[in-house]
Design a protein around this ligand. Structure first.
Ligand code: ATP
Ligand code: MG
Length: 345
């Protein structure tokens, strides 16, 4: 019995781990036999006044928290639950795909969330690939700081860490049958990440600093609703196929900003393809695969295809499809990268 457990652990260690570090969610992926296991936490925190009484209560619970000087920071899914109880919004350690410069306490909080998602390595220096966004085309910030901080958090947890571009992770996850040739797009919370690859080699990748959070903020402003109400409605009920005449004010605004985001993303892809001198001559039309939480509402894929058809596009596209599990796609891709790396070495 003990032996069996030991063998499983050693096998898993050889296989490696995947980690999707997203603005809204952090996902971990590991192979268990023939299955992939995913773990997740909201990338969020909620602060309460620090008191011995509250500390004692939290100590006796499973809630994950960090002690600040005069505050207690509850992190992950529990932060969302507490925020709902108190009718406030949870805060985020990341913004637009990278660690937020506006939150002083971001680092210990993100460290705790990553630890709770991944757990300890099966053996010291187990390989873990983690997702990083590409450089944004429409915002002035760098990803080097973010990339290095996540790496050092993983190393502190006992992993050997390697970054992989988020769009490329989508390609690793979804385009194996196409020999990893095509375009991967992740419509996330803080960003949209785009990557074009030939046989797993990136031709270009870039990000756009607007996605689900941007839609929520625009809709909340236009309709005078709270951000959390808009986000909850969007995630639970929104359907892009509903006839416009039957839509409420919030639904109409969501439709307007979804349309605007898709048009904006396609225009940026077009710009990149047109100006990039390294675009290869593809032998045949390529697939586009779409993932990420913002692509989840019913009708998103149809809306994307419609917009693509309306505009002339500089690449021949064979098909556009949605990843079967849009929220898990990046994590799965990071795990595949770790497995492939371990097999090579
Ligand atoms: N069922 C759903 N319908 C609509 N939107 C959803 C749904 N589920 C999640 N979302 C939205 O998807 C976004 C989160 O998606 P995802 O987990 O792919 O992003 P992320 O990886 O955390 O962020 P990023 O990649 O931008 O750093 C949020 O804006 C969330 O509101
Ligand atoms: Mg993401």
């Amino acid at each position: 019995m003990t032996n069996k457990v030991k063998t499983e652990k050693t096998d898993s260690a050889k296989i490696g781990r995947g980690l999707d570090v997203g603005t809204a969610f952090i996902y971990g992926a590991q192979k268990m036999g023939s299955r992939v296991n995913f773990t997740t936490q909201r990338n969020a925190f909620f602060d309460v006044e620090r008191s011995e009484f509250t500390e004692d209560i939290l100590k006796g619970s499973n809630v994950k928290y960090v002690l600040g000087e005069d505050k207690i920071y509850v992190v992950g899914d529990d932060a969302m639950k507490l925020a709902n109880v108190f009718g406030r919004s949870a805060r985020r350690p990341m913004r637009n795909g990278v660690i937020s410069s506006e939150e002083d306490e971001a680092l210990p909080l993100i460290e705790l969330i990553i630890k709770s998602v991944l757990g300890a390595p099966f053996e010291k220096n187990e390989l873990c690939y983690y997702s990083v966004p590409a450089l944004p085309v429409d915002a002035d910030f760098d990803i080097t700081y973010h990339q290095n901080i996540v790496k050092s958090i993983l190393e502190k947890c006992g992993y050997r860490a390697k970054p992989i571009n988020e769009g490329l992770a989508v390609i690793f996850s979804e385009l194996a049958e196409d020999n990893f040739t095509g375009m991967g797009i992740s419509f996330g919370g803080g960003m949209v990440n785009v990557c074009l690859a030939v046989m797993s080699i990136p031709v270009f990748s870039f990000s756009i600093a607007r996605a689900g959070d941007w839609i929520d903020a625009q809709v909340a402003r236009a309709t005078n609703e709270s951000l959390s109400k808009v986000a909850t409605f969007k995630e639970t009920y929104f359907n892009l196929k509903k006839p416009e005449s039957a839509m409420t004010k919030v639904e109409q605004a969501l439709l307007i900003y979804y349309n605007s985001l898709i048009e904006y993303v396609l225009a940026e892809i077009k710009k990149e393809v047109t100006k990039n001198s390294r675009i290869p001559e593809f032998e045949k039309p390529i697939p586009i695969v779409i993932s990420g939480g913002t692509a989840k509402p019913t009708g998103f894929l149809e809306k994307f295809k419609e917009t693509l058809k309306k505009n002339s596009f500089p690449l021949a596209i064979r098909e556009t499809r949605l990843a079967p599990h849009p929220l898990y796609s990046v994590a799965k891709g990071t795990l595949i990268a770790a497995i492939a790396d371990n097999k090579r070495n």
